[in-house]
Ligand binder design. Structure first.
Ligand code: CP3
Length: 343
């Protein structure tokens, strides 16, 4: 079995497998060349191109897993929540959700194989072209709800929290719809060939543990329950390590660890009955090679000899990064982790 899947299952590996969140993106000249010709959404919706950038990243970097090229926001369209990516701005939701009538109008679920069939086709094509495992993914309901309600990115999530605290029934109605659609979408990705799934709850760190348990956890749990143990699942969030025990309780056979917490502290806290992914600070990819490598070695030491570590960043690669720097990290993690196992 490939090292990445062994590590997901907490089985021993000869080296620590590594992939990087956002490993396909603007930091690559090859990606920019494609984006000069097609918009981001057209790239996502053209399976041959989505497959190509998925595979390009693996070939350029030598990583141990691929992640299908798509975006967490794509599911909003079949749910009836229109959006666009305006040039050089983040996503923009056309009519941010603020009222009960708007929540009512959100679709009950999605026909993933139909309305998001381009993602399934990209998965099938990528499986045929890759010799490393392929990860499927979706955004978690809180993170998606925050985009749908705020209308785009946010610093403080006030509109989201206004609905969450102000109309709990409405909040749960929206989260329920999102979660049913996400469960169908993730299961369809496994049907199409995804060998691991990741749920991105990127902005969950703005909640306290108490609010997470009350307003979010049951919904996330319903998604992990719907996928079951068909494939390994990674539960990823940033910004608040106090949430880890509650995220673990919601589900996921692997937890994505933030760079703000020492990796050994996170591992001890989460326990050895889940695998751990992480946790290099993404800005380390902008640091001198020796500084980055020393920090990566430190993480491998903190991970220790126990199985179940997939090396990754604590969040996505930034556009300012160079391909050479990422390659140097991948090689360093492979070589150093292999040496640690034999000495
Ligand atoms: O290589 C991979 O990781 C697979 C592809 C992938 C993308 N987005 C491509 C993308 C994945 C897994 C995502 C997830 C995603 N999308 C998340 C969760 C991960 C995270 O970073 O927290 C979020 C929050 C989004 C929403 C999103 N998509 C934003 C806020 C933006 C604009 C900001 C930016 O970085 O430009 C995007 C656009 C996006 N998604 C790009 C890529 C490569 C850049 C688009 C471009 O080519 O201009």
């Amino acid at each position: 079995m490939p090292a990445f899947l062994d590590a997901c299952h907490r089985r021993p590996t000869d080296f620590t497998p590594i992939w990087l969140m956002r490993q396909a993106g603007r930091y690559q000249p090859s990606y920019r060349a494609i984006r000069d010709k097609v918009s981001f959404l057209d790239l996502c919706k053209t399976p041959e191109l989505a497959c190509q950038v998925t595979v390009d990243a693996v070939e350029q970097l030598g990583v141990d897993a691929a992640i299908i090229f798509a975006d967490i926001l794509l599911i909003l369209e079949p749910l009836g929540i229109g959006f666009e990516f305006a040039k050089n701005h983040g996503p923009k939701i056309h009519e941010p959700i603020r009222t009960a009538a708007q929540v009512d109008a959100v679709a009950e679920t999605v026909d993933a194989e139909g309305e998001l069939g381009y993602v399934m086709e990209a998965i099938r094509l990528a499986r045929g072209a890759l010799d490393v495992p392929l990860i499927g993914f979706a955004g978690a309901p809180f993170t998606l709800a925050s985009y749908a309600i705020e209308g785009g990115g946010s610093k403080n999530y006030y509109e989201t929290k206004k609905i969450m605290y102000g109309d709990e029934g409405l909040w749960h109605a929206l989260m329920g719809k999102l979660s049913r659609a996400l469960a169908a979408y993730l299961n369809a990705q496994v049907d199409a060939g995804a060998q691991c799934l990741q749920l991105f709850d990127s902005w969950i760190g703005c909640l306290s543990p108490e609010d997470y348990v009350r307003y979010v956890q049951p919904h996330v749990k319903s998604i992990f329950d719907a996928v079951g143990d068909r494939v390994p699942t990674t539960h990823f969030g940033t910004g608040n390590t106090e949430l880890y025990p509650h995220m673990k309780a919601a589900g996921g056979s692997m937890i994505g660890v933030d760079w703000r917490v020492p990796f050994d502290v996170a591992r001890a806290r989460l326990g050895d009955d889940v695998a751990h992914m992480g946790n290099l600070e993404p800005a380390m990819l902008l640091a001198p090679h020796d500084v980055m490598k020393a920090r990566a070695t430190r993480i491998l030491e903190q991970a220790g000899p126990a199985p179940g570590h997939v090396f990754n960043l604590g969040h996505g690669i930034m556009p300012q990064t160079t391909v050479d720097q990422v390659k140097a990290l991948v090689d360093h993690v492979h070589e150093t982790s292999e040496r640690m196992r034999t000495t």
